[in-house]
Design a protein around this ligand. Structure first.
Ligand SMILES: Nc1ncnc2c1ncn2[C@@H]1O[C@H](COP(=O)(O)OP(=O)(O)OP(=O)(O)O)[C@@H](O)[C@H]1O
Ligand SMILES: [Mg+2]
Length: 329
């Protein structure tokens, strides 16, 4: 039995991943407006096409708009995740549970697969034409790669904030916050929108700074404010998980502190996974920590994971100890 594919040898080659980007899958209907949206999509990097189903056949029949319903905290589990770019295996059977209501920090040297793992957690990895993956991602026990589930649902429930803030620069602050609603097929009234804008900006720690200029362009904010605007935009669709890939690495210490405080207050309602190269930040904001490593051209693996305090104060593996103490990476 192949540990990646679950196939017996006569079912396919040993190294064949289960979620090839080239597979053809007929999915449930997606929101036609989202599919044809001319603007870039929130929570994705500007160059990426959020709703594109690469190499998949997708029905364009419109789905009924959905209302936002409160959903409880959820854990996120990656099970035996492997990832390829072309023939290059970059992650080898990585398993990690990111507990509900906690902040999990992913740490490790450059190139060990942290961002790739994060992108697999909300189905962005498959946007890269050469990319493939194997394994499962379970949100509250449900497989987000189940072909019967809509891609847009996974993205709505599992939001992403990137290293470089990516608001729509010419769009107003107000419209930036609610941009994700239409694109994920969520229908809300004007008064609900007003409420969401205020509550999302408040949770993101930005409301008091922008409440008097909600119609000003998002591009007019400082870098730290833009990053908080992107957090507010992710929060407006009420995700259950927020993935953050080095969200403070382009920010000054004051903005970094505000975003760390935001994370700590958000974790009561959203499970958070953050990639960071800043060990002090990992120690400050996270309760769980996973140390990734790809040594000497081998694919990335998790060397050690668990309680953040234990990873920093009493690591079990000497490579973890060397890394958290700044001896390499
Ligand atoms: N689009 C891509 N095409 C081909 N290879 C890629 C692509 N993106 C990443 N890789 C490769 O996958 C491996 C893991 O990259 P990844 O970006 O996940 O690492 P990382 O741990 O996030 O690094 P960093 O800390 O520098 O951000 C690296 O070897 C990288 O070169
Ligand atoms: Mg990265």
């Amino acid at each position: 039995m192949n540990r990646l594919t679950g196939q017996t040898p006569d079912q396919g080659p040993e190294s064949e991943p289960t979620h090839q980007a080239t597979q053809t899958v007929v999915l449930a209907p997606v929101d036609a407006e989202a599919w044809t949206a001319p603007t870039p999509i929130p929570s994705a990097e500007p160059s990426q096409d959020y709703d594109r189903e690469p190499n998949r056949r997708v029905s364009r029949r419109a789905a009924a708009p959905q209302a936002i319903e409160p959903r409880g905290l959820a854990d996120l589990r990656g099970q035996e995740i492997s990832a390829w770019f072309g023939d290059h295996l970059v992650l080898d059977s990585v398993s990690l549970t990111m507990p509900a209501g906690a902040v999990t920090a992913l740490i490790g040297p450059s190139g060990c697969g942290k961002s790739t793992f994060l992108r697999i957690l909300n189905r962005m990895h498959e946007l890269v034409p050469s990319a493939a993956m194997a394994g499962k991602v379970l949100l509250d026990g449900q497989d987000i790669y189940d072909p019967a589930r809509r891609l847009v649902d996974a993205r709505r429930q599992i939001g992403m904030v990137f290293q470089k803030p990516n608001p729509f620069p010419a769009m107003s602050i107000y419209d930036n916050v609610v941009a994700g609603l239409k694109l994920t097929g969520v229908k809300v009234s004007r008064s609900e929108k007003d409420h969401l804008v205020e509550s999302s900006l408040t949770k993101a720690g930005l409301w008091s700074e922008v409440r008097s200029r909600l119609q000003s362009p998002g591009g007019g904010l400082s870098g730290g404010q833009q990053q908080r605007l992107c957090i507010a935009r992710s929060l407006a669709v009420q995700p259950r998980v927020l993935l953050m890939d080095e969200p403070c690495s382009a920010l000054d210490p004051t903005s970094t502190r505000v975003i760390e405080e935001t994370m700590m207050s958000l974790q009561k309602e959203v499970t958070i996974v953050i990639v960071t190269h800043n060990m002090q930040q990992a120690a400050r904001v996270s309760q769980q920590c996973a140390f990734f490593l790809a040594s000497q051209g081998t694919p990335g693996v998790i060397v050690e994971h668990g309680d953040t305090r234990a990873i920093f104060e009493s690591p079990q593996d000497e490579r973890t100890e060397a890394y958290v103490n700044g001896h390499f990476g």
